[in-house]
Structure formats: structure tokens, C-alpha cells
Design a protein around this ligand. Sequence first.
Ligand code: AMP
Ligand code: FES
Ligand code: ZN
Length: 336
Amino acid sequence: MKCRKCGGRAVLELRRHNTAFCGPDFVDFFRHHVLETVRRWRMFTRDEAILVAVSGGKDSLALWDVLHEAGYATTGLYIDLGIFEYSHASKARCEAFAGERGLPLRVVSVSDEVGAPIPAVRDATRRPTCSACGLSKRYIMNRAALEGGFSVVATGHNLDDEAATLFGSTLRWDESALARQTPVLAATHAKLARRVKPLFRMSERETAAYAFIRGIDYIVEECPFARGATSITHKEVLNRLEDVSPGSKAMFLQGFLDKARGLFQEREAVRLLECVRCGQTTTGEVCAFCKLRDQVKRAVRPGAGAAATELPDAPDPAAARGLISDLFAASEIHAP
Ligand code: AMP
Ligand code: FES
Ligand code: ZN
């Protein structure tokens, strides 16, 4: 197989684009698409300081790399969830990435903000782990942006994430989730930062390939609490569709954004108030984050912490490394 651009040996075939690239030309292709997405969706300008939320995974570090290489003023934000070894390892990846490039990285700990690490939050509330975690992450991202003077937060959500979320919301016909599904969530209140997803058109496989070719050291393991999550099943279903019909995921998501989202958005205009406790936005009197913090405070005894809590299952390194080994097995990617 030959690279579409230079005619040299291709290392990656992109079936949905009916093309193939060598390493350097794929890097150019990837960057071009991401920056074009930023421009077309008016995500941010060159004058804005961007807070990039980094988890230590391939997507958010690939995003930070693209934006930094393109000359944007970026600062990283790592939220330490306190999930045992997973959090230690992911924080180390973010610190190494920032350190090697001389980039600023802010670290905020969920333990400090909520009163306990995520495993203890899970035990203290009846909420599904990912829901308490997602709520905490969104709140912390927004507050860190406001306090740090950033008008925009960029996350590494990719095409697979977005298509799977859309699929789940559609199965439930969750109208408010459908109204919020967008690569650019505008700041509709003075206390909200804009939230953008510049990788929403890039597949998980493409971001993995970019991170690999660029030699980015990222954490391959998924969060241990994500195992068995419905979103993973939705991703598998969409992967099967993509296999038989390349381009399905992009068509599903883009079609929704072009043709359907506006209909849901019109009906979802909510009036935002300021939380009487913390001042962040809410639709009621006290925001969901303050309620979560109260619940945790009531349940967690002083001194009790993550040590008392157990991991769901031992991580399965073979499955976790699946994506990269698949890429190797298919001989699609060779050493950088
Ligand atoms: P996830 O919710 O794990 O699928 O992650 C989606 C995006 O949220 C990532 O690409 C990051 O941009 C951001 N994110 C997830 N976890 C963290 C974290 N611990 N700290 C900062 N940002 C995060
Ligand atoms: Fe939040 Fe796993 S990353 S529960
Ligand atoms: Zn609050």
C-alpha cells in the first residue's frame, strides 16, 4: 500500500477516507483536520488562552500536542481522581508530557474538592461511579477555567466517544442530552467557560496512531471503573457497523449535528442561576456538585479513604492493550 501524498510505503490505511498514509503524512493529515475543525466550528482564536483537560490518555495528550505544535497558548489541567495506581500512572504521563515541552500543568485533586477520592465517593453515594466522576470533572474544569482566566476548555473526546454518546442518548430518546451533544458548548452564562472538542471528527484509532507516531507516552489502561459500562457496548456495536460500512460513525454523528440537533436545542432553553453555596451555575438553588459534596461529607468518616474501598476487577492488561496490539498485528503502524 502506498501513501496517498508521497507515494512512499503507507503505515496506516484509513478505509473511511479510502486512503493510506506514511507516518509523517498521516501526522500532517491529522493536524490539518483538527485545526480545520477548530476553525470551522469557531472553537477558539489565537488570542485566547486555552485550558486543555488532560487525562493522561492518548486523546487528550494528542490534542495538547496538536494545539501546542500549532502555536496556541495552552495550559494543561489534570484532575486527580484518586483511583489508585490508575491515577498515579495517568498523572505521571501528564507531568512528563508537560515537563518535556516546558508547558504549564495545573493539578486539582478530587479528594480536596469533593472531600474524598472517587472510589470513596462511589461508596458514599448511590450514584453510578462514572456519573459522580463526570459531574466532578465538569465542575472542576469549569471552575479551574474561570479562576485561571481561561475562556475555553478543550477536551479530547473523539469521534468514537461522541458517536457512542449520541447512540446511547438516542436509544433513550434523552432530549436534554441530545440538546447538549455538540462539539462547542457555548458559554451561556458569565460563570461558564466554553467547552470544545476539537477531536470530535477523529476516530479513536486515528488518535491512537497519531500519539504512537509522535512518540507520546500515554496511559493505555482504561479507568478500572469503566469496565462493563454501557458506553463500551455502544462503542462495540458502532465498531461492527464501521467494519462493514466504513464512515458509519461519522455519518451518524455529522448527520445529527447538521439535521437534528437544532430541533432539540430549541426546546431545551434553561434558565441558569448561581448556586447559593458556591456561586457556580445551576438550575436550582444548590448545584449538583455541592449536593454531592454534602453527601460525601455525611458518609465519609474522618480518616477513612480510598484504602477502605476495593477496585471493581483487576484490570485486564491484555484487553487494555488491545487497541495498540491490533494496530501492530495489522502491520498498519511501524516504529516512528
Ligand atoms: P473520558 O470522560 O474519560 O472519556 O474523557 C474525555 C475527556 O475528558 C478526555 O479526553 C480529557 O480531555 C478529559 N478528562 C478525562 N479525565 C480527565 C482527568 N482526570 N483530568 C483532566 N481531564 C480529564
Ligand atoms: Fe471517572 Fe472512571 S474516569 S469513573
Ligand atoms: Zn454549588
